[in-house]
Write a protein that binds this ligand. Structure first.
Ligand code: NAD
Ligand code: MG
Length: 385
């Protein structure tokens, strides 16, 4: 049997490395065609030697020679720089892109892969937050499946299998609440990066960990869900579920609800997206109903976690606002991770940027690129002050 050839964009990250674990465990089903990373040359080389892709791409051009030298006795191609990422996405020697780059940087390669007619397993939620209308329209035109990797969206996708044209009344995204569930602004004002990085249920990359601690992650996911499942803003809701066992729910027109459940382990949605429509056996840990358990639900604290309110505002207003919000958030998270600004300053930075950048109701792709740049510059200029 032919293997499905996977191009992993962002292979050295949390999603990328877990995807390689899944591939290693299912070598009869999957092979690796492309691996890309921004900085971590050492890990990229190790992965290349283990999985023997056609091509590796390193973002940081200074690392090119190190990698080239390490792979000199192999047939693996080496490239570097931002343009090389898009060239790799345009290659014909892979079947599916796992879009696992973090942030806005994932947008262009993913668009290129769709243009190229390749199936997408989408972890990079920022791609849909920034330009969801354009990305999904292009995918439809090219008849390219976009299969979510984000656990909530994988849950909804799984709930929808077999439902055909049955109408969705609403979807309910579950949120763990992050490390600061129940906390108030007087506590949050003093929070430092190392505390914010400690998520109770998931081990993830730095950016999404901070986004989870501010609940911006759930806001990004609401926008991601709107585009993935072609919903109205009002149909996308959030509930806090601290145990992260129900990964999300769909409520249909007849009031019936479906949920997808399991222990929090990203390998499951990664494997599901890569193998869809098949389910593959594995030895991941199972949830045990016989042990004492409580599954609980509560309303998010929108007043304390104002990033979520800002994202809901962006979801409803649409246009270039989610793109602007995303750019400001990336700058804010980056500055917070470097101890340049405080935890609550992130919200202020995003809010001021959203108020400043001119609103565009029906942006073109070029408008999105420009809005992203303007928002970044403005947000960065506030931090300089
Ligand atoms: P990460 O920081 O662990 O890894 C990011 C990867 O992208 C790395 O391989 C890095 O080299 C690469 N990268 C970073 N900046 C880049 C740039 N400018 N250009 C090219 N490549 C770049 O991140 P992660 O936690 O694996 O998350 C990846 C994406 O998946 C994010 O969009 C995140 O929101 C989403 N996601 C992650 C999880 C999770 O559990 N980690 C869950 C759901 C969704
Ligand atoms: Mg998620």
């Amino acid at each position: 049997m032919q293997t499905k050839r996977i191009a992993i964009f962002g292979s050295t990250g949390s999603i990328g490395t877990q995807a390689l674990d899944v591939i290693a465990a299912n070598a009869d089903k999957f092979s690796v065609a492309v691996l890309t990373a921004q900085n971590n040359a050492e890990l990229l080389i190790k992965q290349a030697l283990q999985f023997n892709p056609k091509l590796v791409v390193i973002g940081d051009e200074k690392k090119y020679h190190t990698i080239k030298e390490a792979l000199v006795n192999t047939t693996i191609g080496v490239a570097s720089g931002e343009a090389a990422l898009e060239e790799a996405a345009a290659a014909d020697y892979y079947d599916m892109m796992l879009a696992a780059i973090v942030g806005y940087a994932g947008l262009k390669p993913t668009l290129k892969a769709i243009d190229n007619g390749k199936a997408i397993a989408l972890a990079n939620k920022e791609t849909l937050v920034v330009a969801g209308d354009i990305v999904m329209k292009k995918a439809l035109e090219k008849r390219v499946p976009v299969i979510p990797v984000d656990s909530e969206h994988s849950a909804i996708f799984q709930c929808l299998v077999g439902e055909g044209r049955n109408k969705i009344e609403k979807i309910i995204l579950t949120a763990s609440g992050g490390p600061f569930l129940g906390r108030k602004p007087n506590f949050l004002v003093n929070v430092k990066r190392d505390h914010a990085l400690q998520h109770p249920n998931w081990s993830m990359g730095a950016k999404i960990s901070i986004d989870s601690s501010t609940l911006m992650n759930k806001g990004l996911e609401m926008i991601e869900a709107k585009w993935l499942f072609n919903l109205q803003a009002e149909q996308v809701q959030v509930v806090i579920h601290p145990q992260s066992i129900i990964h999300s729910m769909v409520q249909f027109e007849d009031g019936s609800m479906k949920a997808q459940m399991g222990l929090p382990d990203m390998k499951l949605p990664i494997q599901y997206a890569m193998a869809f429509p098949q389910r593959l056996p594995n030895d991941f840990k199972r949830y045990d109903f016989k042990k004492p358990n409580t599954l609980s639900f509560e309303e998010p604290d929108f007043k304390t976690f104002r990033n979520l309110s800002l994202a809901i505002d962006a979801l409803h207003k649409g246009g270039n606002l989610p793109c602007v919000m995303n750019a400001a958030n990336e700058i804010a998270v980056f500055a917070f991770l470097r101890n340049r600004i405080g935890f609550l300053d992130m919200t202020e930075l995003i809010e001021r940027t959203m108020a400043k950048i001119p609103f565009i109701e029906k942006p073109t792709l070029k408008d999105y690129f420009e809005s992203d740049g303007e928002a970044r510059n403005f947000a960065a200029s506030i931090i300089q002050m």
